[in-house]
Design a protein around this ligand. Structure first.
Ligand code: CAA
Length: 295
């Protein structure tokens, strides 16, 4: 006999509709992945222009999958039909899980979580795509800390195979199981991290990128040789400086600062050259200039 508790747990596992808040590179990529895997998605952004930009980048990414025969034209069209764009957060009220992918600012995220807590149905999970901010602290701005979790996608979400799930201090087992099941349904491999600064991937990746900046700063080698060294010497698809430009130097710097503050060790101090590039507005590919220049 199925107990009420078991029924409730099973119901929680069925994520059918999701909301994604923030339609930048990560949010639009996450929405696309979900829609391509049969899930109805509301993609929210306050800025209608950002939504239309997201819509065209999703279409062109889906076309890329179609043109390479990874998915059929019909499947691509179906995915687009599952996607709704909205500037009204209230539209997310029926979502079973909402993923936040807005700016990496603890205050801004906290205020969004408080709003989502009011709007979302009581059973909904509130997930954050944060790359380093404490999930435990984000959860404190809601009345449902047991249903708050980190769901960290890698850039670009349609291509990268990993989701790093971050369990906050109060995240329940039910929330974890439902989020893991959803991640696997999205075709991703899951790793699980406790809630310490940088989690797993950025804890290791960002000090490597920072070290590459130190190598450049102290004149060990040219940027090209540093990148070629790591690409051909360790089989990374991109060298660390090229990858920093891809991620955004501002994002790399902010994660280094979180590591430095949270782990309290000077080995995480950001390289002065990284700081200077960000001060100069050399933020990477998105600005056309970072370590390298892009036409
Ligand atoms: N949509 C659909 N398909 C895409 C795509 C997109 N947005 N971007 C790339 N692709 C596909 C291409 O069509 C191509 O497919 P085939 O293999 O079938 O031909 C494949 O991906 C490779 O793409 P490209 O040939 O255009 O270019 P590439 O070989 O240089 O790959 C890359 C691009 C996948 C980005 C690769 O360079 C790479 O893996 N780079 C490292 C990315 C990485 O480390 N990301 C994690 C960053 S850290 C992070 O995200 C965490 C954080 O919090 C900061």
């Amino acid at each position: 006999r199925t107990t009420t508790e078991e029924k409730r747990k099973r119901k929680m596992l069925e994520v059918k509709r999701i909301g994604v808040v923030g339609s930048g590179q990560m949010g639009s990529g996450i929405a696309q992945v979900a829609a391509m895997h049969g899930i109805d998605v509301w993609l929210h952004d306050l800025d209608p222009q950002a939504l239309s930009k997201a819509s065209s980048s999703i279409s062109s990414s889906i076309n890329r999958f179609v043109s390479k025969n990874h998915i059929s034209q019909v499947a691509g069209a179906d995915a687009l039909k599952r996607l709704r764009l909205t500037t009204d957060l209230e539209d997310l009220q029926l979502a079973d899980l909402i993923i936040e992918a807005i700016v990496e600012s603890e205050d801004v995220k906290k205020s969004l979580f408080a709003q989502l807590d009011r709007i979302a149905k009581s059973s909904a999970i509130l997930a954050s795509n944060t790359s380093s901010i404490s999930v435990t602290r984000l959860a404190t701005s809601t009345s449902r800390p047991r249903q708050v979790i980190g769901m960290h996608f890698m850039n670009p979400p349609p291509v990268m195979k990993l989701i790093e799930i971050v369990r906050g201090a109060d995240t329940s087992e039910e929330t974890f199981v439902a989020t893991k099941a959803l991640s696997e349904r999205l075709g991703k491999v899951v790793i699980t991290s406790h809630d310490y600064s940088g989690f797993i991937v950025n804890r290791i990746l960002m000090p490597m990128i920072n070290e590459a900046f130190f190598a450049l700063y102290t004149g060990v080698a040219t940027k090209e040789d540093i990148d070629t060294g790591m690409k051909l010497g360790t089989n990374h698809p991109m060298g660390p400086l090229e990858l920093a430009d891809f991620i955004g130097l501002d994002v790399c710097l902010s994660i280094m600062r979180v590591l430095h503050a949270g782990l309290g060790d000077n080995k995480y101090a950001p390289c002065p050259l990284l700081v200077q590039y960000v001060d100069a507005g050399r933020l990477g590919r998105k600005r056309g200039i970072g370590v390298y220049e892009y036409s």
